[in-house]
Design a binder for this molecule. Structure first.
Ligand code: PGA
Length: 270
């Protein structure tokens, strides 16, 4: 039985005061909700503040990125052990904004690379996270051009397989996959629930081929991309969708709490 998860990806929002207020408000709102793991992923600078705010609750802390080396001359990067020392249990890996998939160059259609993650670096980060006992939330998803070209399924298969290369069978329960179609992120254009369910099912199929059916059935597959209070129930009613990775709607405690409640309720009914 998979316990649903709602992870709030705060992206580059909230200074320490704002992070304290938002995290405390989320704690108050979801205090009585059972059957949903809530994860807050603030920017690095607010990790310790949020850790303090969620102390003594069932909420968990996550970071938005990591670097795979343990230490060294990597200016501006943060290692898994540093995240652990801030109280993190989770880390988002390979978000499309880190993969540099913000969009396409108007002239050439070439994908714009901003932060430079790719399938190989995502895999290194996943392995580094697992080695440090952090649970990676691994993001995969296609651009609108890839969808229109009929490449979605092949691309998702490739991204999942590449991200999980060399992951050991005993570590699978710590791996979470988030299907985040790039065209649905921050656009207000949510993926149709049936289609999101189909792709999440495809991801579970790949996990099954890689780690066996039994493990795949235990692993969490989330949906992310414009998840909001008015569309969350349709998504969460789908069998293969185990929760959400939420950007915009996680920045307001009330709306995020609605998502948490919807996940808990929809999954306890099924
Ligand atoms: P969104 O972002 O909910 O604002 O679309 C989701 C994400 O990028 O993880």
């Amino acid at each position: 039985m998979r316990i649903p998860m709602m992870a709030g990806n705060w992206k580059m929002n909230c200074d320490n005061d704002e992070a304290w207020d938002l995290a405390s408000a989320v704690c108050d709102e979801v205090e009585d909700v059972e059957n949903c793991q809530v994860v807050l992923c603030p920017p690095f600078t607010a990790l310790s503040t949020v850790e303090e705010a969620i102390e003594d609750t069932d909420l968990a802390l996550g970071a938005q990125n990591l670097y795979w080396a343990e230490s060294g001359a990597f200016t501006g990067e943060v290692a898994a052990k540093m995240l652990l020392s801030c109280g993190c249990e989770y880390v988002i890996v390979g978000h499309s904004e880190r993969r540099g998939r913000f969009g396409e160059a108007p002239e050439t259609g070439e994908l714009l690379t901003v932060f430079g993650d790719n399938d190989a670096t995502v895999n290194k980060k996943v392995l580094a996270a697992l080695a440090a006992d952090l649970r990676p939330i691994v993001c995969v998803g296609e651009t609108i051009a890839e969808r229109q070209a009929g490449q979605t399924d092949a691309l998702i298969r490739d991204q999942v397989k590449a991200a999980l290369a060399h992951v050991k069978a005993q570590d699978t329960e710590d791996v979470i996959i988030a299907y985040e179609p790039v065209w649905a992120i921050g656009t207000g254009e949510v993926c149709d629930a049936k289609e999101a369910n189909r792709v999440c099912g495809l991801i579970r199929e790949v996990l099954g081929e890689r780690f066996g059916q039994e493990s795949a059935q235990e692993m969490l597959v989330l949906y992310g991309g414009s998840m909001k209070p008015d569309n969350v129930r349709g998504l969460m009613a789908e069998e293969e969708i185990d929760g959400g990775l939420v950007g915009g709607a996680s920045l307001k405690a009330e709306s995020f709490a609605e998502l948490v409640r919807a996940a808990a309720e929809e999954k306890s009914e099924s």
